[in-house]
Design a protein around this ligand. Structure first.
Ligand code: PGA
Length: 259
């Protein structure tokens, strides 16, 4: 998956547990392939279906789009009941994996240390880790946003040498709430995140930084224009083929995208 270069945008559809059967996943992928017969210029589209649908989706992907996983376990194989590991994901054709999504942190108690180990697991298997970070509403109201973002990024990268990485800024109060961040909030969060990555990896190549949290076809463009995001991580709207395709088209870069 090539997401290098300043003019590329990464648009990721995180289906969560939103498509519960393989038939439903196939139907959604087919609808998306029909709505996106050619990839918009400069846009890398990535679909993140549930683990159980990875295989069926991989055979139906829209042209030039890629497959990713919503999570990865930090070990490769062994007595780890219920886990899905790097070798399993690469065998299914995944090119990236989310790490530290807020729903896993909040509901399953995932920690910064586990995120760090998952990034190393991605690294071992050539998967692009997409580290998800973001502050809760309480943390925001207590003025802790910068400290939380710096801690989450710093801890996740502490023991990891520079390498392929993307980071998604997903304020918890914006995820799944219908209350997206403003483009100003987005730009401010991404500035902190970019500085934290630069502090951890002073010689790093450019790390794409995305925004996620109630992104729709109606608000997406502001996140990459005023919001400075290099793309978006999209939950609810990624389950609606026409809307997700419209977001991908609006992310087009260059001649036809005009941005
Ligand atoms: P949402 O989810 O677009 O439904 O807010 C985003 C995410 O959790 O990645």
């Amino acid at each position: 998956m090539d997401n290098s270069g300043p003019s590329r945008r990464l648009i990721m559809g995180n289906w969560k547990a939103g498509c519960t059967t393989r038939a439903a996943a196939a139907e959604l992928t087919r609808a998306l392939a029909a709505a996106l017969p050619a990839p918009p210029p400069g846009v890398q589209v990535v679909l993140l279906p549930p683990f159980t649908a990875l295989e069926v989706v991989s055979g139906l992907l829209p042209p030039d789009s890629s497959l990713g996983a919503q999570d990865i376990f930090w070990e490769d194989a062994g007595a780890y009941t219920g886990t899905v590991t790097g070798p399993m994901l690469t065998d299914l054709g995944c090119s990236c994996a989310l790490v530290g999504h807020s729903e896993r942190r909040r509901l399953l108690g995932e920690t910064d240390e586990q995120a760090a180990r998952k990034i190393l697991a991605c690294r071992r298997h050539g998967l692009l880790p997409v580290l998800c970070v973001g502050e809760s509403l309480d943390q925001r109201e207590a003025g802790q946003t910068e400290a939380v973002l710096r801690r989450q990024v710093g801890a996740a990268l502490a023991d990891c040498p520079p390498g392929p990485l993307a980071v998604a800024y997903e304020p918890l109060w914006a995820v799944g709430t219908g209350r997206a961040a403003t483009t100003g909030d987005c730009a401010a969060g991404l500035e902190v995140i970019r500085a934290a990555v630069a502090a951890a990896w002073p010689w790093a190549l450019r790390v794409p930084c995305l925004y996620g949290g109630s992104v729709t076809a109606g608000n997406c463009a502001g996140f990459w224009h005023e919001g400075t995001a290099d793309g978006a991580l999209i939950g609810g709207a990624s389950l609606r083929a026409e809307e997700f395709a419209a977001i991908c088209r609006q992310a087009a870069v260059g001649e036809s995208g005009g941005s």
